[in-house]
Design a protein around this ligand. Structure first.
Ligand code: HEM
Length: 318
């Protein structure tokens, strides 16, 4: 199996933009180019929302949207596949990206998925793993053998692959739990800094479908269910802050923190309706407000260039 790639090394030497273009090329290799669509999480639905913070985060951060004043937000739910035509039931992990509007006209984003860890520790290994998946698929490996092959060569992927195998088809985008994976830092008024991760916990609880029920669903069942649900009531999520302790890794998205870490609910997101997609919407997880800082996670930093590259490609095609 192909496990290393010299083009990746030369792209890395040329800088983050070249490596980002290389990563997006690798993603395109998985299911081809779908003009006008995001290169990952291609199929999605945008919603309007309001975030109401409860004030509990104010002791830890000066972030304006996490004090007491409500802010508007855009939410995009998505399937993880690179193919926008893939049936919902066939893309295992789902995404929930939230972009808060800040009082100064800027935005702050949190991007989550339904697994707690990522499969790659660095941008370079991301490229190698995606290319290896592509090679393994060309060799007609089934899903279980593919997972075995990848985890045999890339031990960092083990936790994420296990998490994907445990996923069941969700009953609803609004009844799924989303993890924002990367560590950030909260900054308080005195300049103190604390490591923190975020999760979106659905008020409606988590519900999945049996294999039989899932097989009977139409291709776009998650979007259809959400549209119907929002006609009756908002979909509500609690934003959970999880605080890291000494020695919890902040630079490694493949490793979860221990389960007993302090968790507090810091506000609720009320999703009230469907909107069309805004031209230019990029859910960049490195776009954050004052009162927050990025951790040293190389994947978190790299996503800015990769998402910008994908946005450039899809805008040109529209
Ligand atoms: C090297 C790491 C990664 C690369 C190269 C990558 C690449 C991409 C690309 C190219 C897009 C489309 C962006 C656009 O056109 O706007 C995307 C979207 C997305 N990615 Fe990643 N990604 C990475 C890591 C992650 C991680 C760790 C997560 C987990 C939270 C994640 C979750 C998502 C979600 C939810 C979307 C859809 C965002 C939206 O709805 O606009 N990605 N990714």
């Amino acid at each position: 199996m192909h496990i290393s790639d010299s083009r990746g090394v030369s792209a890395q030497a040329a800088g983050p933009d070249a490596l980002a273009a290389h990563a997006v090329d690798a993603i395109e290799g998985l299911s081809g180019i779908h003009p006008g669509y995001r290169r990952a999480h291609a199929k999605g639905i945008c919603c309007r929302a309001v975030f109401r913070p409860n004030g509990l985060a104010a002791a830890f951060t000066t972030a304006p949207h996490l004090q007491l004043q409500e802010s508007e937000a855009i939410v995009r739910f998505s399937g993880s596949s690179t193919d926008p035509a893939l049936a919902d039931v066939l893309s295992p992990a789902k995404g929930m990206a939230v972009q808060f509007s800040l009082p100064d006209g800027e935005v702050s984003s949190l991007v989550g998925v339904t697994i707690p860890v990522f499969f790659a520790r660095t941008p370079e290994s991301f490229v190698d793993i995606v290319q290896s998946v592509h090679q393994a698929r060309k060799g007609k490996l089934g899903p279980i053998d593919l997972v075995k092959e990848i985890t045999a060569h890339f031990s960092e992927s083990k936790e994420a692959m296990l998490a994907v195998r445990r996923l069941k088809p969700p009953a609803s985008y609004a009844e799924s739990h989303y993890y924002c994976i990367h560590a950030y830092f909260f900054k308080d008024h005195e300049g103190n800094s604390r490591p923190v991760k975020f999760e979106w916990k659905p008020d409606a609880g988590v519900r999945s479908l049996s294999a039989g029920d899932a097989a009977a669903q139409p291709d776009n069942y998650l979007e259809e269910e959400l549209e119907l649900r929002l006609k009756d009531e908002p979909a509500v999520f609690q934003l959970i802050a999880v605080f890291g302790e000494k020695d919890d890794p902040t630079d490694d998205p493949t490793r979860a923190w221990p389960e007993d870490r302090r968790r507090i609910g810091i506000g609720r997101l009320f999703i009230t309706g469907i909107t069309g997609e805004q031209e230019g919407l990029v859910m960049d997880p490195s776009a954050i407000s004052e009162g927050m800082a990025l951790s040293d996670d190389p994947i978190l930093h790299f996503r800015h260039a990769a998402y910008a590259d994908s946005h450039r490609r899809r805008s040109r095609e529209r």
